[in-house]
Ligand binder design. Sequence first.
Ligand SMILES: Nc1nc2c(ncn2[C@@H]2O[C@H](COP(=O)(O)OP(=O)(O)OP(=O)(O)O)[C@@H](O)[C@H]2O)c(=O)[nH]1
Ligand SMILES: [Mg+2]
Length: 317
Amino acid sequence: MIDVPALVAQAREGRPRAVARLISLVEGASPQLREVMAALAPLTGRAYVVGLTGSPGVGKSTSTSALVTAYRRQGKRVGVLAVDPSSPFSGGALLGDRVRMQEHATDPEVFIRSMATRGHLGGLAWSAPQAIRVLDAAGCDVVLVETVGVGQSEVEIAAQADTTIVLLAPGMGDGIQAAKAGILEIGDVYVVNKADRDGADATARELNHMLGLGEARSPGDWRPPIVKTVAAKQEGVDEVVAALDKHHTWMSEHGELAARRLRRAAQEVETIAVTALRERFARVHGDRHLDALAQKVADGELDSYSAADELIASLTG
Ligand SMILES: Nc1nc2c(ncn2[C@@H]2O[C@H](COP(=O)(O)OP(=O)(O)OP(=O)(O)O)[C@@H](O)[C@H]2O)c(=O)[nH]1
Ligand SMILES: [Mg+2]
């Protein structure tokens, strides 16, 4: 048994080992998870959570590292969570990321963690928010969440962030790829990285066009900025931080920050509740009850809605 209050107290002081331990507890769905989350709850809500997403190789890790540098210059404590929704292992696929974060590895004010979420009950939607809470409770002013992979997982991760950065790079057909993956709608800030390469202006223009940024908006609406960077050389990164500050201020002033956090919490509670019901169902009935009901539905003896009602009643009654 782990002494949770002691561990949480150490994490609160920003002790890296305690933070790492807590995230492992979250990742491993420890039986003490409930106790951990209850102890963390009153310590959370301070961190500004920024999600970074974009096609493989656009420079998410390099940009994350560059943002860490920029925030450290402001004296801020920074957490980094690299989430790989496609892999059941942490580490392997994220090795490259670790290398790119190397310069921050010995900074006691920077916490870097990779997380694999495949195979988890509830997956990403369930484990990432808990890990973010740990970093928040550990006193991180900013938590940067990088998602590897494309598609739904990126949209899911964006839902966990206060602000989402969508990264593109010139000459990768990124505009089209991003649009396909549906990630163009989720950006609050757009970054065209690798601006040292040809075509950065064209990519920015194309993006501007696709997002309809030239069109009129209602006063007070957020107009996502497009920032060009050379993350590998720290160029343009202060502008990204300025854009993030601006978005944070805008959200605070328009009630959007609170609204996003409320939506996030609602989603999280729902995920946990549904997962709990599913577990309970498996414990109480195994698949037998479901199979029996399904047989009736297949034979036309029972309609599927009534079968579902019966199933729910058997769990909650
Ligand atoms: N020319 C140039 N190369 C860059 C820049 N930023 C990153 N790179 C390079 O692009 C490659 C990919 O960078 P990463 O930061 O690993 O990209 P990523 O988006 O995290 O990649 P995945 O996590 O694999 O999806 C690396 O070789 C970087 O050195 C840049 O501004 N200019
Ligand atoms: Mg990466």
